[in-house]
Structure formats: C-alpha cells, structure tokens
Design a binder for this molecule. Structure first.
Ligand SMILES: *Cc1c(COP(=O)(O)O)cnc(C)c1O
Length: 463
C-alpha cells in the first residue's frame, strides 16, 4: 500500500473550537497582534511548538497509574533509567524537569568566563545557559545548513574543518564539544552518523568531552536510515545506540522525542562529573531518583521511549512535513528544503521581497495565517532577533515562519486544511502589510511585545 496513514486509532479526543475569520481578526487585534497572547481555545490548529504538546498513548496513561511517588529509590526511576540506557548506553542518568534544567546543570560544570563552547547550532536555551555562566556559545554548522534552498541530505552537520580549526585555536578555553540532533534552529535538519562520529573523534583528539543535545534523536535516526549509505537495513534502535555510543554524555528534553508533556535528563559517563551534577541537581531540581519529575512522569517517559522508535510512527511523522513542504513548493511558496523532522519553515523574505525586514514580513505572514485559518505559527526572524543589546534594530539573517508539529496530535485532513489556508494566503499576499512594535521588554521581546499594523506606505495604519 502506498498511502501512509496515521499508525494509531483515536481513543480520547480534545474538541477544537471553530471560529470565524471575523472573530479571529478581532481576537488578534485584542492580542495586540502577538500570537503568544492568544488563548489556545481561539486557535484551530496550534503549531507554535512541538514541545510538550504531543499526545500520550493509552499505554503511557496506564503507566502514569504505575508511578511510584516515593522520595528515594522509586521503581519508576529504575524503569525510566532502563528505558533510557536501552537506547543511550550512558552510565549516569540524571532526571530533570526539562531540557534546559539539564543544560543549566551541565553549564554549572563546564561553563564560566573565558570559556567557549562549539556546536553545530546551539538551541536558544542552551545558548542562554552557556552565556548566563559567562561562557561563549559558538555555532559551526555547515554552510548548506544556512541556505534554505540547498538539498544537502544532512544540513545539520558540523563543519568539521571549522571545528578542527576552532579547537586548535582556542585550546584550553574549550571545555566541551556539543552537537544538536536534529538541528532545531535549522528546522529539524538531521546530522549524519558519519558526522557525529567524526565530531566525536575530533573532540577526543583534543581531549574534550563530547555531549549530544539529543532532543529529536529518533527523528534524526529515521533520516540516517533513509539517507545514509549502509544504514537502510538497520533498526532505529541500533542507529540510535551508535549515535550515542561515541558520546560522553547527553542533554535531553523529553517533551520532544520521548512523548512527554514534561521532562528531561542529563546523562554522563564520567563518575566525578556525575557527582558534581547530582549535587547541583539536589540543590535545584530534587533527589537523584526523581530530579524535577513525579514518579508518574518517569513511567510515562519510559513507555514513550519504547514507542518513539517505532518506524511506522516516524514514517508518518516525517511524511506529514514533507507533504506540506511539497504542496507549498508546488504552489511557488518559498519553503526551507528539504523538509526537516518537526517543522515546516516558510521563507518570508523570499515571499515578500519588497517588505522592509524591520516591518517584520514573517510576522505579517504568521498573523494572516491565523486570520485566514486559525493556524498559530511562530515568527523566527527580526521580531525574535532584531533588537540589539543597545536597543537599536538590525534585521535577522532570515525571516522565517515556523510551523512546528505536535506529535500524534493532528491528522492528514489537518495537513490539507493547512495547505488550503496557504492557498488563500497566496491569493491575498499582495495585500500583506508590515507591523511596528509599539511596546516591548528589553529582552526576549517576541513573547510579550505589542504590535500596530502599518499601511501600504509603511506608516501606522489608522486604528
Ligand atoms: C526544546 C529544546 C531544548 C530545551 O528543552 P526544554 O525541555 O524546552 O527546556 C534544548 N535543545 C533543543 C534542541 C530543544 O529542541
């Protein structure tokens, strides 16, 4: 059979409240045109993030009831640890409430002023934790990863030459080498097994520990199986084990590839480092057999890890994105290609070339998408990155709209609905106008800032 179906039946449903376009236009105005300020009940299809928004399975919900809430020595922790080490053979598994808590603990060990930490691309919370420690974060993704039209099969790869030169130049200032799989900031673009191994070998040549940010390890392994020579007949589990067996540790957000609504962990092989990490864990998260989580969460994650490596699930998941990218591409809408693992990206700079980037073209697309279809996406462009520390404005490198897909939550007809909303958006694209920011905090403004629409001449439109 050719048709790739959702490999699950639906036992429990959440109703979607349908709204009219007029209603949505009113809601958006009331939200001062910030999509983060919308109530989720006013959203028809919510693609703001794939983090913690997935659907748990019947087995996960029944695992929740097996959760043992003992403060110390809970069997839930043993089940969680077994599920993690079955895929990632690390010696010490340290549960945390989210991925960023694992990063904060890691940076309490490796961070500090005068240090610099390379990765293919640090995710923003990783970068935030590195910088908060006083260290610098450095991105060394291959050039193809920054070209939205390059069809390179592993656009998340580390630039190995650049890493070698970086390690030679910075020597003792580099405490650790990291890599993010898949590369979230680049749209979920994968890293090849060969590149992971070569990055590990380089790190070890310079006697540096190698840590993987493994949030989307299963999606990454699926791409390796599809695209990398010699990997086609291997199981996802074996590929995952190979990826992590060359690393000295990992950080993880279990809100991604563990089907959790919350959770994360830090894993390490080194006994001394693990001891330091556990001291910090007790100070900031909790006792080492629960970290920042309830026993029931640990059991849900243990079951989620058994389910995430299922090939029919991964095929359906990756295919949904690829399908939307193919349809939008055929309509002439500029998309980042090839499709990544967890998100579809629209390149708004190419779609609206006449709009000043500081009038926020990607934000204009995201707002119109909400008005037309009730679809909530996320701007990743000059709203997010344009404000400089001195308060001035500088356009971001790219103006992207991200549609991130929650796991097992939406179906093929939702995908077709999204495509139809873009068909309408294309009809209206010449009417799109930019925005001005009218109120903003000094940092992380995209979450809370307020906007006013501009008219065709770039002036503030009459209210
Ligand atoms: C989500 C994410 C994190 C942070 O995890 P949280 O659970 O949100 O704290 C870190 N790295 C990557 C690649 C992520 O996608």
């Amino acid at each position: 059979m050719k048709t790739i179906i959702e490999p699950f039946r639906i036992k429990s449903v959440e109703p979607i409240r349908m709204t009219t376009r007029a209603e949505r236009e009113e809601k958006l105005r009331a939200a001062k045109f910030n999509l983060f300020a919308l109530k989720s009940e006013d959203v028809i299809i919510d693609l703001l993030t794939d983090s913690g928004t997935g659907a748990m399975s019947a087995q996960q919900w029944s695992a929740v009831m097996q959760g043992d809430e003992s403060y110390a020595g809970s069997p839930s922790f043993e089940r969680f640890k077994r599920a993690v080490t079955n895929l990632m053979p690390f010696k010490h598994i340290i549960p945390t409430h989210q991925g960023r808590a694992a990063e904060a603990i890691l940076m309490s060990i490796f961070g500090g002023a005068g240090r610099t930490i390379p990765s293919n691309t640090h995710f923003d919370t990783t970068r935030g934790n590195i910088e908060a420690s006083g260290a610098e974060a450095h991105d060394l993704n291959i050039a193809e990863g920054r070209d939205s039209q390059s069809l390179h099969p592993f656009k998340g790869n580390m630039d190995l030459q650049a890493l070698d030169a970086f390690l030679a130049e910075h020597g003792d200032a580099v405490p650790v080498v990291m890599i993010t799989i898949t590369n979230n900031a680049g749209g979920g673009q994968p890293v090849s097994l060969k590149n992971i191994r070569a990055t590990a070998a380089l790190a070890h040549k310079y006697h540096k520990p190698f840590i993987i940010d493994g949030c989307r390890f299963a999606e990454n392994a699926w791409f390796i199986k599809q695209r990398e020579d010699g990997q086609q007949n291997r199981s996802i589990q074996d590929i995952v084990r190979d990826c992590f067996s060359v690393a000295d540790g990992m950080t993880m957000s279990a809100k991604k590839d563990a089907f959790g609504n919350i959770g994360g962990w830090l894993a390490l092989n080194d006994d001394d480092l693990a001891e330091q990490a556990r001291v910090k864990l007790i100070q900031t998260e909790g006792f080492p057999t629960y970290g920042g989580l309830a026993g029931r969460d640990l059991d849900a994650l243990a079951q989620g890890l058994a389910e995430i490596v299922d090939e029919s699930y991964l095929q359906y998941r990756i295919r949904t994105n690829a399908y939307i990218v193919e349809r939008l591409d055929a309509m002439g809408i500029p998309v980042v290609k090839p499709a990544g693992g967890h998100a579809v990206f629209i390149d708004a700079k190419r779609w609206l070339p006449a709009m000043d980037p500081l009038h926020f073209p990607a934000h204009a697309v995201a707002c119109k998408l909400y008005e037309i279809g009730g679809i909530r996406a996320c701007e990743i462009g000059s709203v997010m990155f344009g404000r400089q520390p001195d308060g001035s404005e500088k356009p971001a490198a790219m103006e992207l709209v991200r549609l991130a897909f929650p796991r097992r939550t939406y179906t093929q007809s939702h995908a077709d609905y999204i495509v139809e909303a873009f068909e309408q958006l294309q009809v209206e694209v010449d009417t799109l106008r930019g925005f001005a920011i009218t109120q903003e905090p000094k940092q992380m403004r995209h979450f809370t800032c307020q906007f006013a629409p501009l008219d065709a001449s770039g002036d503030r439109a009459a209210a």
